[in-house]
Write a protein that binds this ligand. Structure first.
Ligand code: 13P
Ligand code: SF4
Length: 298
């Protein structure tokens, strides 16, 4: 099946992008495995006419918004991020009416309609820099309350959060961090900024998934406790075979990220379906928010 995928990929002039939480066989067949920011940058830069996006809905939508001339395929129609749907455009408009002087920063884990209502996007890799790049002193930060709390600790601006959350990261507890440290006393603890503040307080470092990869490669430590979705461990082991990795919780599984498999990737290349497209008027406004983010230096 891998050979079939690679041959068809060539024939179609397609590129396969995969998020760090994808299953190992999908990561292995991908041209690029990365975090949301890296994958958005790649979608904007790559020449291939077809993008097979192995991830969840908002990621493929972002690629389609940045490259409307390309065919963007999400191999599984129902692969979605629940957090991205925790705020609607109407709810955002109501919030905006309450804080007319605030800028709206929208985590990329959001729908295209919500991005279209926002001033600028951010990812977990650049949230602080995006907020600090704004002139406004008040910032509405949607939809993740935990990333909002993390950013609020690293800026002087007033952050008005929305009450969304990622069920995978919000589930970690400080007791789990303490228990993992007791089991692996020499290990560094790395967590994602989608974790709750009391979990972040117990960690040594806070990074996006790509940031975790960079940290691990350059750290002198030999052991790491990884506070994010378990799929991240595969890549860390592959790139650092001499180091040891322990998931903060084996239960940290994003069900939607696991829906993609090689059969679905092959089918997507054969049929170029399910195709992701965003209505032109929404895409044009959402694109402004994403491109503005890509201009911010990290
Ligand atoms: P990253 O951008 O850090 O890869 O995170 C995306 C995501 O969905 C985290 O749950
Ligand atoms: Fe969404 Fe959480 Fe899954 Fe990331 S891990 S895609 S934030 S549900």
């Amino acid at each position: 099946m891998i050979e079939e995928i690679l041959a068809l990929k060539k024939e179609r002039r397609a590129v396969i992008l995969a998020h760090n939480y994808q299953i190992p066989s999908v990561q292995d067949v991908a041209d690029l495995v990365g975090d949301s920011l890296e994958l958005s940058r790649a979608a904007a830069r790559l020449d291939e006419g077809v993008i097979v996006f192995c991830g969840v809905d908002f990621m493929a939508e972002t690629a389609a918004i940045l490259s409307p001339q390309k065919t963007v395929v999400l191999p599984v129609k129902g692969a979605w991020c629940p957090m991205a749907h925790m705020i609607t455009p109407d709810q955002l408009r109501d919030l905006k009416a309450l804080y007319p002087d605030a800028a709206i920063v929208c985590y990329v884990n959001s729908t295209a309609e919500v991005k279209a209502e926002s001033d600028i996007c951010c990812t977990s890799a650049n949230g602080v820099q995006v907020v600090n790049s704004l002139e406004n002193n008040q910032v509405i930060f949607i939809p993740d309350r935990n990333l909002a709390a993390y950013v609020a600790r690293h800026t002087k601006k007033q952050i008005i959060p929305w009450d969304g959350y990622c069920y995978v990261h919000d589930h970690f507890t400080p007791d789990e961090v303490r228990a993992a440290r007791a089991l692996h006393p020499g290990a560094e603890v790395l967590v994602h900024p989608e974790c709750r503040p009391d979990v972040i307080d117990q960690a040594d470092f806070v990074y996006s998934t790509a940031g975790m990869g960079r940290h691990v490669s350059s750290s002198a430590a030999r052991e790491f406790i990884i506070g994010t979705e378990v799929g991240m461990i595969y890549r860390l082991v592959k790139e650092n075979p001499e180091k040891q990795f322990y998931p903060l919780s084996e239960k940290a599984v994003c069900q939607n990220m696991k829906k993609t498999n090689l059969e679905k990737v092959l089918r997507a290349l054969q049929t170029l379906e399910p195709r992701v497209s965003v209505p032109e008027d929404i895409a044009a406004r959402a694109k402004r928010s994403i491109e503005r983010m890509l201009e911010v230096k990290v």
